[in-house]
Design a binder for this molecule. Structure first.
Ligand SMILES: Nc1ncnc2c1ncn2[C@@H]1O[C@H](COP(=O)(O)OP(=O)(O)OP(=O)(O)O)[C@@H](O)[C@H]1O
Ligand SMILES: [Mg+2]
Length: 460
């Protein structure tokens, strides 16, 4: 596959090598707008000026604009410190002192073109919604791993950001794994009593109640993919056994004597900071290095707000048989709102709105869950002048009482809104706790209770 490229000289002295590379790569000026990558050729600029010029380019200055991670820099005779500084600008790679830069550039661009074509396939574009740069980087990371590597993949990122979807995508795109299954094991549900039988299987009589022999997830993933979800919860005693399987590419059933060969791709997911878990002695360092050969991070929804309207339309289309639209004011609210539960929470809010929506017009602001609307009244109280506060609070309480809200429920609503607002407007949980005058631990408990309430309310 030949991919359209741009080749640019970073200064006048780079003219001749730039012209040579342009002709070797058969670059056409007509393709400039379609180029998937840009090659910057360095001439005789001194090191500091070269780094500054590259930075300018990556910041989109002048005519050069191209995605930083898809920019290659070709240079000669530079110190390793300068090469590191060039990479630190965010460029995709630096090709230095190479007799045949064209071959390297061509290979790199062909890979990028294949990844782009993969992301445009319906299996990706229709299910893993989003076009923001940060989400695109994650999708590219998973696709490249699936297409060009056999190494284990670790997916990290906050709750509800699509780690499970990406694990499925890895399995679907992995050309080596088309014969085997995707086996998912939720490590939070592994029972200690069965000491790993779910993973390794067991022989008859291996423990009380083991009336027959049984294959575990590892055996069933042979030839396919083993997805260990919430790997941070894997009990320490099983971590050692899993490490052995990964090292030996073989496993032993519980109560069994002989080793059985097995071959699978491993993908793990966690929303914990595993390096911190290793530091705290709760996760084995050797296992961490085995499972984290490639790490892809899923961004929080707050890092990709531009994707929210697209996600809303996706969830609405998949749940609603006829096409529905969302009013601009509701769209604006949903795009700017805080989502502790990320895409999962966004989906729940969209579904809750759709459940309340009636008629042919767009889904309106009033379709939001009651609790959400009530919290705005509290915000009104917040923004009133001190002398208005008592009146506003009286109004709010009067409305609520007329709506048959009990005293207990009122207290809970006020507390829930205070926790939500403090968390949304503070830099950390500790800062929010300080603001509210409670301990961080107490705030965690309240936050957890609140999320559970929201879940119950949404699923009601
Ligand atoms: N980019 C996306 N496009 C479409 N749906 C998405 C996207 N990201 C997440 N979702 C949806 O959000 C929900 C949560 O996704 P998923 O279960 O993959 O998250 P997770 O990161 O594994 O969360 P957790 O850490 O809580 O297990 C699912 O309903 C999923 O379909
Ligand atoms: Mg998950």
């Amino acid at each position: 596959m030949t991919a359209p490229l741009r080749v640019l000289a970073l200064d006048e002295s780079a003219g001749p090598p730039c012209a040579r590379l342009t002709s070797e790569l058969d670059v056409s000026p007509d393709d400039a707008d379609k180029a998937i990558a840009c090659v910057l050729v360095a001439g005789a600029l001194d090191d500091a000026a070269l780094v500054a010029r590259v930075k300018q380019h990556l910041a989109g200055a002048g005519e050069y604009h191209c995605e930083p991670s898809r920019t290659l820099i070709v240079c000669n005779d530079r110190s390793s410190a300068t090469l590191r500084a060039l990479l630190a600008t965010g460029a995709g790679d630096v090709i230095s002192d190479c007799d045949e830069p064209a071959a390297l550039v061509r290979a790199r661009a062909a890979r990028w073109a294949l990844i782009d074509a993969t992301l445009a396939r319906p299996v990706v574009a229709d299910n893993l919604v989003g076009r923001s740069q940060t989400w695109l980087d994650t999708l590219r990371c998973v696709s490249e791993t699936a297409l060009f590597s056999h190494a284990p993949l670790l997916l990290t990122g906050p709750t509800g950001t699509g780690k499970e979807l990406l694990a499925r995508l890895l399995h679907t795109l992995d050309r080596q794994r088309h014969k085997g299954e995707l086996l998912t094991v939720d490590c939070t549900t592994l029972s200690r009593e069965l000491s790993g039988s779910e993973l390794f299987g067991h022989e008859r009589g291996a423990f009380t109640g083991a009336f027959g022999e049984r294959d575990g997830a590892i055996a069933r993933a042979d030839g396919g993919t083993l997805f260990l979800d919430e790997i941070g919860e894997l009990p320490l005693e099983l971590q050692g056994q899993l490490l052995r399987v990964l090292q030996e590419k073989a496993y032993r059933r519980l109560g069994g004597a002989h080793w059985r060969k097995v071959d699978f791709r491993l993908v793990c997911a966690t929303n914990r900071e595993l390096p911190a878990e290793v530091e705290a002695g709760r996760f084995r360092a050797d296992l961490y290095h085995r499972i984290a050969a490639i790490v892809c991070r899923t961004p929080a929804l707050a890092e990709r707000r531009a994707d929210i309207p697209r996600l809303i339309r996706h969830f609405a289309a998949s749940e609603h048989p006829s096409q529905v639209t969302f009013s601009p004011v509701l769209m604006e609210y949903l795009t700017s709102r805080h989502y502790a539960g990320n895409v999962r929470e966004l989906r729940q809010v969209v579904l809750a709105c759709l459940r309340r929506h009636v008629g042919a017009g767009p889904v309106s602001l009033g379709c939001l869950p009651d609790e959400e609307i009530r919290s705005w009244r509290l915000a009104l109280v917040d923004s009133a002048s001190p002398s208005d506060h008592a009146i506003c609070i009286d109004d709010f309480v009067r409305d609520a009482l007329h709506a048959n809200v009990t005293l207990k429920e009122l207290g809970r609503l006020v507390e829930a809104a205070a926790v939500r607002i403090a968390l949304a407007e503070s830099k950390s949980v500790t800062a929010a706790a300080h603001w509210l005058g409670v301990t961080p631990r107490a705030l965690y408990h309240r936050g957890a209770a609140q999320r559970e309430d929201l879940r119950l309310q949404v699923s009601a």
